[in-house]
Write a protein that binds this ligand. Structure first.
Ligand code: NAP
Length: 268
């Protein structure tokens, strides 16, 4: 007997919706004809159809109608309207929301539905190197959890939590995090240019240093402080640089930045 195909509907085909579609196709999780995207923008609908071969519609309700999994990927300010439009779902239809700040309780009330997943991906999902934290309601069955894990796993790494309180923390660390890292990369390259390196050379040195250091932490499993000590010879160059970073409160500034993002996420 032919295996039942999973049909996925995207409500909102913007930057994140497109990143998800691209990853799902690249990793062969679902075929383009089994995906439908609804978006208010005709430009987006045409682009997604042309680029990925997915079905597109202007009506959110029509997109959601026969889908096994409905992914909400609109901006927070459009969520209430969207939920009103697609309300009245079948009990076994799974909703997966990536809308920042929309809690399981908001979604449950807005949709009158109890089969829900709240997920927080990040932008490296655009190249399949994302980090997504997600949580599911008790109404989500094992097969649906497996489906969510496969879909979110196509974006990169995923981690499932049972306590929703971690979602705001993930917002401050992994969802906003790429912006901190991009700023660090930019400043690090500029610093290399400042001491006389050609920009392309500085960029190559910085990128491989960051990638190599991250992989070293991952592969050795050693504490970053131990690895840092290995680079820091007594009276050497590294300790001079570290002194300046400590004077500038590099470490405590990062604590404060992440805490500020966390407080903001709780207020959304
Ligand atoms: N970007 C991130 O790093 C990130 C990370 C985690 C979670 N998220 C969440 O992902 C969600 C989507 O973000 P995004 O960056 O993909 O936003 P986006 O690029 O603005 O995409 C949203 C799309 O939905 C369309 N839309 C607006 N109202 C609609 C409606 N009523 N029905 C159907 N489509 C509608 C928008 O069209 P118009 O542009 O014409 O309005 C746009 O094409 C947000 O809730 C955000 O919080 C984003």
């Amino acid at each position: 007997m032919e295996k039942k195909r999973t049909r996925i509907a995207f409500i909102g085909g913007g930057a994140m919706g497109e990143a998800m579609i691209r990853c799902l196709l690249t990793k062969n999780v679902v075929a383009s004809q089994d995906m439908v995207v609804s978006d208010v923008s005709q430009v987006r609908r045409e682009l997604l159809k042309k680029e990925y071969g997915v079905n597109t519609v202007a009506d959110n309700r029509e997109a959601a109608k026969n889908a096994d999994l409905i992914i909400l990927a609109v901006k927070p300010q459009n969520l209430t309207q969207v939920m009103g439009e697609i309300k009245g779902l079948a009990p076994n239809q799974l909703i997966l929301s990536i809308v920042a700040g929309a809690t399981i309780s908001n979604l449950g009330q807005g949709l009158g539905h109890s089969c829900l997943i709240r997920a927080m991906p990040n932008t490296p999902a655009q190249i399949g190197e994302g980090m997504t934290m997600w949580t599911a309601t008790a109404g989500v069955g094992q097969k649906q959890r497996n489906l969510a894990r496969t879909v979110l796993g196509a974006l990169g790494k995923e981690i499932c939590v049972t306590d929703e309180k971690y979602m705001n923390m993930a917002t401050a660390v992994s969802a906003s995090g790429p912006a901190y890292v991009f700023l660090f990369i930019e400043a690090f390259v500029d610093a290399g240019v400042h001491i006389g390196l050609p920009r392309d050379m500085a960029q190559t040195l910085v990128m491989q240093t960051i990638l190599g250091s991250a992989h070293t932490v991952e592969k050795t499993g050693k504490h970053p402080a131990d690895l840092r000590n290995l680079v820091t010879s007594p009276g050497g160059t590294t300790t001079e640089a570290l002194l300046q970073l400590e004077k500038g409160r590099f470490r405590s500034l990062l604590f404060e930045a992440v805490a500020a993002a966390y407080e903001k996420a709780k207020r959304l």
